[in-house]
Design a protein around this ligand. Structure first.
Ligand code: ADP
Length: 626
């Protein structure tokens, strides 16, 4: 039998597993038990929906055994099993979504981080084993197969004998080293504690042979060992237990196990509802986004149980897209077990549960924002984009649900603030919510137009995500206050006097400004302004499309032809204004050069590309070498 190679990424992951970069090796058992439990869930669900599959519910179980002399641990389940192809597909490859990009010289922490994003799963068993043999018979096959591997150099699959449907995994435990004690796992007490600690809530019995010391003769103090198969776990699903009896660490372990995360959740939300529909739910907000979260591969959804039996592991209808990061479990008695997926979607109870869950998540997030800003900041950093995207999606239908959950960087407070906080602090006479958009806080802060708003002692919001302006445009106004991009030409922050002054300057130089606009083509207008304080020029826009929005459109693969209407504004008080006036009268050739240079400066400040950099740099040299 030829040995097959693992897919290269799986191989690298395996290498890391074998070299044990995880310090917590104990988790191998919970991973295997969790897989076994999933397989039992699948088989049981099949039996309810497929008449051909008959299952004796009492025989659905997991068994853990060990053999100290031969250094093996055996985990057996009577679940759905795997066909030959499934053994190949499921155990020969990992990281089905995304790719593991290991770089040379990565630190251990970085590696753990990458692996963690994919979940450790079955391969974690290689942390403690130097050989693994998986023998399985699928519910869909009359034949059994063995998958065997000694680590990174490959695996073989051979026909095997197995009478019952299900899977048996034999771990050949590594020899102890100077630093690692593997023998400790070949111990009844240790295995029992691990099952209790990590897998107590598993809804199928986890059985193990347990030794009892029994007093045989009281006088002689003689004991006799007597062995008995016992169920180790309490089998009560964690969501069915009284919340006050469950330790935080139990919720955390459950989350990490069930949803394959190496990190604790940021927030645990429990919910128990009785009424029109009754259900229990545990929801988790992860502390970091899964590797594939912002890709198409990511599947949202909550695990759906009907009275303790899993119906579906990712029920998408239970979560709106903007809360797609939430993980969790919902258990209800109101859904029939053998409901088809089509009927499930139509189910009134499911819709009601989804609605309740949505408002529960929203309420919890609002409370977190109010009472625990630090955690909220961390949440927002990870998933804020999703909320902002939710506001702008579907023509803004959900904006009112989400507008109080978003935050933007405040120039005044130098931290994230909510729209409510901004509006509550608005100055007397301030009519609008001012914002500026750009790729970073520092870049926005140096925009010439920002100064004018700061001078008024008004706060400004800095929008640094590409989706921000689209979200703001969808919201339109908050508590009756409209949003104003400082880059927009008619911000209307000048005094009447200043306005009059600018009007005059523009009128008396209208010929010159018109000529500049003709020369530049791309701008719709060139005008004098007094909003710029010390800066010579800036680019502003008219209409609804801002410069930042245009950048987003430009980056799209299909050219929508959406362009911002731009205006070149020149500081009338700056020395450059007089220079221009002079050249316009006396040296038209120089005037044209200055016009082009100034426009390029304005584009550069706005973060827009200069289309003809060589020409501009030559012009600058000509001018400065005079
Ligand atoms: P995950 O459980 O996150 O999918 P694993 O690497 O732990 O990743 O397992 C890969 C796949 O192998 C599982 O999704 C499942 O299809 C299959 N599998 C693992 N263990 C068993 C088992 N005991 N019975 C049936 N299928 C199993």
């Amino acid at each position: 039998m030829r040995k097959k190679e693992f897919k290269s990424e799986s191989k690298r992951l395996l290498d890391l597993m074998i070299n044990s970069i995880y310090t917590n090796k104990d988790i191998f058992l919970r991973e295997l038990i969790s897989n076994a439990s999933d397989a039992l869930d699948k088989l049981y669900y099949r039996s309810l929906t497929d008449k051909k599959v008959k299952v004796d519910k009492d025989k659905l179980e997991i068994n853990v055994a060990f053999d100290e002399a031969n250094r093996t641990i055996t985990i057996t389940d009577t679940g759905c099993g795997m066909t030959k192809d499934e053994l190949e597909a499921n155990l020969g490859t990992i990281a089905k979504s995304g790719s593991l990009q290991f770089k040379e010289g990565m630190s251990k922490e970085e590696k753990v981080d990458i692996i963690g994003q994919f979940g450790v799963g079955f391969y974690s068993a290689f942390m403690v084993s130097d050989k693994i043999v998986v023998t399985s018979r699928s519910v869909d096959s009359d034949e059994a197969y063995s998958w065997e591997s000694e680590g990174a150099d490959g695996y073989i699959i051979t026909p095997a004998k197995k009478d019952e449907i299900g899977t048996e995994i034999v771990l050949h435990i590594k020899e102890d080293t100077d630093t690692e004690d593997y023998s400790k796992y070949l111990n009844e007490y240790e295995l029992k504690s691990l099952i209790k600690k990590y897998s107590d809530y598993i809804s199928f019995p986890i059985k193990m042979e347990v030794t009892h010391h029994e007093l045989k003769d009281e006088e002689k103090h003689e004991y006799e060992d007597h062995k008995e198969i016992e169920t180790i776990n309490s089998m009560v699903p964690i969501w069915k237990r009284d919340k006050k009896d469950v330790e935080d660490s139990e919720y955390e372990n459950f989350y990490m196990d069930k949803f394959n995360d190496y990190d604790k959740p940021l927030k645990v939300i429990t919910s128990s509802v009785e009424g029109l529909t009754s259900y229990k739910a545990i929801l988790f907000i992860p502390s970091h986004a899964p590797a594939d979260y912002y890709s198409k591969e990511y599947e949202k959804g909550l695990a759906l149980y009907s009275n303790g039996v899993m119906i579906m592991d990712k029920c998408a209808d239970l979560l709106p897209d903007y809360f797609s990061f939430v993980k969790g479990v919902v258990d209800t008695e109101d859904l029939s077990l053998n409901i088809s997926r089509e009927l499930l979607q139509e189910s009134h109870s499911l819709k009601l549960i989804a609605k309740n869950i949505e408002s529960k998540i929203k309420k919890e997030l609002e409370t977190m924002m109010k009472d625990d800003r630090e955690t909220y900041n961390s949440f927002f950093k990870t998933f804020g984009v999703q909320l902002k995207y939710g506001i702008y999606n579907n023509y803004g239908v959900d904006k009112d649900k989400l507008k109080d959950l978003i935050m933007f960087y405040s120039a005044k407070h130098e931290r994230l603030v909510s729209l409510k906080e901004y509006v509550d602090e608005m100055k007397e006479g301030q009519e609008k919510i001012y914002y500026a958009a750009g790729s970073s806080v520092a870049k926005i802060d140096s925009l010439p137009q920002v100064e004018q708003v700061k001078d008024k002692d008004y706060d400004l919001l800095y929008l640094t995500d590409y989706v921000d302006e689209f979200a703001i445009t969808a919201i339109q106004e908050y508590e009756g206050k409209k949003f104003a991009n400082v880059e927009n030409g008619d911000l209307d922050l000048e005094t009447e006097e200043e306005k009059e002054e600018t009007k005059k300057a523009n009128e008396s130089n209208s010929e010159m400004l018109k000529e500049m606009a003709t020369e530049l083509k791309e701008v719709s207008e060139v005008k004098f302004t007094n909003k710029l304080k010390k800066h010579p020029v800036c680019l502003t826009t008219k209409g609804d499309v801002s410069i930042e929005m245009q950048k987003v459109f430009d980056a799209m693969p299909n050219d929508l032809g959406i362009k911002a209407e731009t205006v070149l504004e020149i500081n009338e008080k700056h020395a450059i204004a007089d220079k221009l006036k002079d050249l316009y009268k006396n040296n038209k050739k120089e005037f044209s050069k200055y016009t082009k240079i100034l426009y390029s400066e304005a584009r550069m400040i706005a973060g827009l590309p200069i289309e003809n950099p060589t020409e501009i740099s030559n012009l600058i040299c000509e001018v400065i070498s005079k």
